[in-house]
Design a protein around this ligand. Structure first.
Ligand SMILES: Cc1cc2nc3c(=O)[nH]c(=O)nc-3n(C[C@H](O)[C@H](O)[C@H](O)COP(=O)(O)OP(=O)(O)OC[C@H]3O[C@@H](n4cnc5c(N)ncnc54)[C@H](O)[C@@H]3O)c2cc1C
Length: 323
């Protein structure tokens, strides 16, 4: 960034931070300094910052909870904006959550109000903006299932509202991954439910996560997407390369990336302080001092082994910034 641009941002946003370590803001606890770092507690702060970045041609990047983000060890030479407007409004069976609303808080508040649909999301770290961006999901549900509209800014900074059909939500995918937008808020339609049952479901979800995931370490959740079979011929090919596919994966037409990594014998594999968790094959954890390089080398080792063993190319689920 040029010194002139830095002064212009500092003048307009007195609270802006310089050289803020991104390791403080990512769940992996990894990432070098953002040249400028701004917390947008109001949508207006985001709008003004994005407008100035556009005017000065400064690179900028928005993020929420940093729970699906790997930031380079060299940091980010531009403006990092953390979306932190977090209002949640319930009206009858509709909930509108600002992009910075914490996903698990939205799940709890709606369940406590007797609204069903988001209980599964209680253990998904991060924000609603991040959840929409990657169409987060688990245990058979996805954020798109109850989604009605998404309000955003398009790449020219114009406000747009997309109905669900135009959000192009897919498996860990959305139009927002392919066309730059800033997600401002999302509206969901829920259904009436019994509070006690909804709370029980959330407790069950939390218990399963604690049992299966290495939550005591920094991670970005699942590093790779599961492998979805395209058609029957691909399945026939897979049956030859991958022996003993569990019936539930056959039924879902999807091979779990964690299972493939486990079958490849990579559980517990380490590079530096990055390790493929021995509890969950799709989690790469930071044992303390892992660098982004360690993580990238380990992800490519896992990809190469799975490709060599099974002729399957795993795709990243984690998002990269500053590379
Ligand atoms: C322990 C653990 C468990 C997890 N379990 C699950 C799970 O069960 N299911 C699942 O799907 N994911 C899971 N994840 C991954 C992660 O929590 C989700 O992807 C989450 O929704 C990301 O939200 P975030 O706010 O942290 O996004 P961030 O990590 O901050 O950002 C991720 C991406 O979204 C973009 N983004 C964020 N906010 C906006 C916005 N407002 N507008 C435009 N783009 C935006 C960023 O630019 C970035 O590319 C898990 C992660 C961890 C660490």
């Amino acid at each position: 960034m040029t010194p002139e641009a830095i002064s212009a941002f500092k003048k307009e946003f007195p609270d802006i931070l310089e050289n803020e370590l991104m390791a403080k803001h990512t769940n992996l606890r990894i990432g070098g300094p953002a040249r400028l770092f701004l917390v947008a507690e109001e949508p207006s702060i985001l709008l003004d910052a994005a407008a100035l970045a556009r005017k000065l041609k400064t690179p900028w990047y928005v993020f929420g909870g940093g729970s699906n983000l790997l930031v380079s060890d060299d940091g980010y030479d531009g403006l990092m904006i953390q979306i932190a407007f977090r209002n949640i409004k319930l009206r009858q069976q509709t909930v509108t959550a600002e992009a910075g609303a914490i996903t698990s808080t939205v799940a709890r508040q709606t369940a406590e109000a007797g609204l069903a649909g988001l209980e599964w999301a209680v253990g998904v770290p991060g924000t609603i903006g991040g959840a929409i961006y990657g169409n987060s999901g688990c245990y058979g549900s996805e954020i798109k299932d109850n989604l009605v509209t998404v309000d955003c800014l398009d790449k020219e900074g114009k406000p747009v509202v997309y109905p669900l059909a135009e959000c192009r939500m897919g498996y860990r995918d959305s139009r927002f991954k392919h066309e730059p937008h800033v997600i401002l808020r999302a509206t969901f339609k829920l259904t009436p439910g019994e509070v006690d049952k909804l709370k029980q479901r959330m407790d069950d979800v939390m218990r399963m996560r604690k049992e299966k995931q290495p939550l005591e370490f920094g991670s970005a959740g699942c590093m790779f997407k599961n492998f979805v079979f395209k058609d029957e011929s691909e399945l026939d090919r897979l049956k030859q390369d991958v022996k003993e596919i569990p019936p539930e994966m056959l039924a879902k037409k999807s091979l779990s990336a964690g299972w493939l990594i486990q079958q490849s014998g990579l559980m517990g594999e380490k590079i530096g302080d990055a390790q493929i968790s021995d509890k969950h094959g799709n989690f790469i954890i930071n044992l303390g001092k892992a660098t982004a390089q360690d993580i990238l080398m380990l992800t490519s080792k896992a990809k190469m082994k799975v490709r060599d063993d099974y002729n399957i190319m795993l795709e990243d689920e984690v998002q990269l910034a500053g590379f």
